[in-house]
Design a protein around this ligand. Structure first.
Ligand SMILES: Nc1ncnc2c1ncn2[C@@H]1O[C@H](COP(=O)(O)OP(=O)(O)OP(=O)(O)O)[C@@H](O)[C@H]1O
Ligand SMILES: [Mg+2]
Length: 295
């Protein structure tokens, strides 16, 4: 068992150590930009983001993760993959897009927003245009872009929510997490958000518990906020996820057959089915919206 874990660690680290990303080829269509958020902190956003990325990669998608958890980002720890540069280096360091993208396992790519994203609000028009034009090339590199946000319903998180094509709200079935997830939906509705909202219930003990929590939230959202939100399903509470976190090996690689892995793979499948009817505005529109919201 230990040997297997060690081999996996080597496999993950070997393929990810501060290596410049190779250019990847994706479908001609714009990338799907999906923000992952919650309301309450610590509900499992980052682990879900990383493992969803791997599940989508297994289904043949080119996936890029952007860590937009300003200050507290830990996608690198969960992914076992560190980024040396962030988005602002596109400007200050004169790097190209490929320079700031790091390779992760199963061909997924990782980009750190870090404080770089925050500082974008202070750039002048010329600098903004230059950075957006460079970032826009992501449409050629990725089919799906997953953006992991920090905890809370503050302005910097909301900007990523409002600018994305799609938003996945992660919650656990606990009352405090449900209340905060609803708070996120309410803020979204008050700010006239137009992104497609989806819901994932994490750390579910029994399937019924997941269904009840999802039902409660989707019905309340429609009834009191007039906001349709579709459920993508649930993820089981799984001690293997905690083991994977400790080993710094993503769950999907460390435990490919465990209950929570299967749940995340089902969610990835559902996301791809939904894809056929969704309009993808792409990276350029996303970043232009984001920068406008930051002003
Ligand atoms: N399905 C699960 N089963 C068991 N434990 C889980 C599950 N999902 C998450 N956890 C536990 O919750 C911890 C926090 O997860 P994670 O860091 O992904 O949350 P987060 O929402 O990104 O937190 P933050 O709001 O601080 O960014 C994990 O380290 C793990 O211990
Ligand atoms: Mg997190």
């Amino acid at each position: 068992m230990w040997d297997q874990a060690e081999n996996l660690r080597k496999m993950v680290q070997g393929s990810t150590i501060k290596k410049r990303s190779s250019v990847i080829k994706a479908n001609a269509a714009n990338a799907r930009v999906i923000t992952i958020t919650s309301g309450k902190g610590g509900v499992g956003k980052t682990n879900f983001t990383v493992n969803l990325a791997l599940a989508l990669a297994k289904l043949g998608q080119k996936v890029l993760i952007i860590d937009a958890d300003l200050g507290m980002g830990n996608v690198d720890l969960v992914l076992g993959c560190s980024a040396r540069y962030s988005i602002l280096d596109l400007l200050e360091g004169g790097f190209s897009l490929v320079d700031i993208i790091t390779d992760g396992p199963l061909g997924i790519k990782f980009m750190s927003g870090g404080s770089g994203i925050y500082n974008l609000a202070n750039l002048n028009e010329l600098q903004l245009t230059s950075i957006v034009n460079k970032i826009a090339l992501l449409d050629d590199l990725a089919d799906v872009i997953l953006i992991d946000t920090g905890a809370g319903i503050n302005k910097s998180v909301m900007n990523f929510v409002l600018a994305a094509d799609e938003v996945i709200i992660v919650t656990t079935p606990e009352p405090a997490a449900i209340t905060d997830a609803y708070g996120m939906m309410k803020t979204f509705a008050n700010q006239s958000g137009s992104s497609a909202l989806r819901l994932v219930i994490n750390r579910v003990i029994e399937a019924e518990e997941g269904k009840i929590a999802a039902d409660k939230l989707t019905k309340a959202s429609l009834k009191f906020l007039g906001l349709p939100i579709s459920s993508l399903g649930f993820v089981y509470e799984d001690s293997n996820l905690i083991k994977a976190v400790k080993k710094q090996i993503p769950l999907l690689l460390a435990f490919p057959n465990t209950s929570s892995t299967r749940c995340i793979e089902q969610i990835a499948n559902r996301l791809l089915v939904r894809n056929s009817t969704e309009k993808k505005e792409g990276v350029k529109v996303f970043f232009n919206k984001l920068l406008r919201l930051m002003q």
